[in-house]
Ligand binder design. Structure first.
Ligand SMILES: NC(=O)c1ccc[n+]([C@@H]2O[C@H](COP(=O)([O-])OP(=O)(O)OC[C@H]3O[C@@H](n4cnc5c(N)ncnc54)[C@H](OP(=O)(O)O)[C@@H]3O)[C@@H](O)[C@H]2O)c1
Length: 313
């Protein structure tokens, strides 16, 4: 099968096209024929991309761990999927990713794809939506009526966080560029703060129940004094992963695959309550461009997607 993997050059990460042997699904696994893969540019430098689970150095990783596609083969004891079914999901960070014709995943990491999305749109959903969902509910313990401050609200993760918090009855305060305020208000943000011109702590007179941070650094550190006693600061920003600050270490998490949550997200999408955004689509041969930030003429919001095996009909 064709795949894109990291060149083991010792230089800055570069993707090269290669042919790899096809995978065979083991018990509990599903082989997915990838239609499209969502891109997180920073992933090329994340710990699981460069390390094995044992801690040894990992080379030649195939990146992109969220995807849409069709079921190509089923391992023993997988009964909840059928061949050729449209699916979406994310697979384990330490396994080979979806920048390949086929991707192997555990069945519990997959769900039926939303009926109202095409495969390109579906590939933008799993990681961003699950990150927002797990950050708000599992790590932030969100309750209706909570005041939730979302940093990076107009980013791929932030747009889901704004919508999910709003749908759950939260009062959403969003930090973003002013050009994104219109969209954020449509999606449910009640307050918007321009991070270029305003220090958010000066614009928030009352404390908040949850800070959901996708920006990290100084933005995250300035957020801790705003939180109500006993409530939560949650961060997913890539630079938080290596922080030695105990507060940040406590606030950071990495999203995990979750079939039931994916099904709940798909239901919200199919009932028109949750929207996803495609910033740009690049063909497989140009996948490297999706990672180096050199995409021009994007929509301005959401994810860059690599079309791996785009449907022909
Ligand atoms: N831990 C995990 O499991 C996990 C999962 C997914 C993603 N991530 C990480 O989460 C982060 C965000 O990912 P993403 O895909 O949402 O990124 P993205 O789509 O690139 O969005 C980033 C957003 O942050 C905004 N921003 C930048 N500086 C800001 C500031 N100081 N205050 C408020 N907003 C600011 C940007 O606005 P402008 O464009 O207007 O500047 C942009 O809208 C990345 O570091 C990614 O690696 C982690």
């Amino acid at each position: 099968m064709k795949a894109m993997r990291l060149a083991d050059s010792g230089q800055s990460p570069a993707l090269v096209e290669v042919n790899l042997p096809e995978f065979l699904p083991g018990p509990g696994q599903v082989l997915v024929r990838v239609a499209a893969a969502g891109v997180i540019p920073t992933e090329l430098e994340w710990y699981p991309t460069t390390h094995l689970q044992s801690g040894e150095r990992r080379t030649n990783a195939v990146p992109a761990h969220e995807f849409s596609g069709t079921v190509a083969a089923l391992g023993d004891s997988v009964s909840d999927f059928a061949l050729n079914q449209n699916v979406f999901g994310m697979n384990d960070w330490f396994s080979e990713g979806a920048l390949a014709e086929f991707c192997l995943t555990e069945a519990y990491s997959l769900a039926p794809a939303p009926l109202t999305l095409n495969p390109i749109q579906a590939a933008t959903v799993p990681i961003s939506a699950l990150t927002a969902w797990q950050g708000l509910f599992e790590h932030g313990h969100l309750h209706p009526g909570d005041r939730v401050l979302i940093h990076g609200a107009a980013g791929a993760v932030g747009l889901f966080a704004v919508q999910i918090a709003h749908l759950h009855g939260a009062h959403v305060i969003a930090t973003a560029s002013a050009s994104d305020f219109g969209l954020l208000r449509q999606l449910g943000a009640q307050e918007t703060i321009d991070y270029h011109t305003t220090r958010f702590e000066n614009a928030i007179p009352q404390s908040v129940d949850i800070v959901f941070d996708t920006v990290g650094g100084d933005t995250l550190l300035r957020s801790y004094p705003l939180i109500k006693p006993g409530r939560f600061v949650v961060t997913v920003a890539s630079d938080s992963e290596s922080s030695q600050d105990p507060r940040v270490m406590h606030s950071f998490f990495i999203v995990k695959p979750h079939q039931r949550q994916l099904m709940e997200v798909a239901a919200l999408i199919d009932t028109g309550k949750l929207r996803t955004f495609v910033h740009a689509v690049v063909p497989f041969a140009q996948a490297a461009a999706a990672y180096n930030g050199k995409i021009e003429n994007g929509s301005g919001h959401g994810k860059v997607v690599v079309a791996v095996n785009p449907p022909t009909a």
